[in-house]
Design a protein around this ligand. Structure first.
Ligand SMILES: [Zn+2]
Length: 89
């Protein structure tokens, strides 16, 4: 098992925080873009802000790669290398 695998307890707290912090910002941004007639999908938000949509900027794959007894284990996101960020193109 690689060192990059994290148990759900670590992943969950990080994910909840990230999504909780971003929710109002995402909602505002999507309304703005929609009114301006620009692409306003959730995926657009992540792309425009240099965030990894594959892992929803959490740095870990959304699906577990294995189990430690009853604890699901998550692997680093292969797209952003666990940073949750991508360079803006
Ligand atoms: Zn990622």
């Amino acid at each position: 098992m690689s060192q990059q695998v994290k148990p759900w307890s670590q992943v969950a707290s990080q994910r909840d925080r990230e999504l909780h912090l971003k929710a109002p910002e995402i909602k505002r941004w999507r309304e703005q873009e929609h009114e301006a007639g620009s692409p306003s999908d959730l995926e657009d938000f992540f792309r425009v802000h240099g965030l990894c949509f594959t892992c929803k900027a959490t740095g870990t794959r959304l699906d577990p790669v294995g189990w430690d007894e009853k604890v699901p284990l998550f692997e680093e996101c292969p797209v952003c290398g666990g940073t949750g960020k991508l360079s803006i193109q």
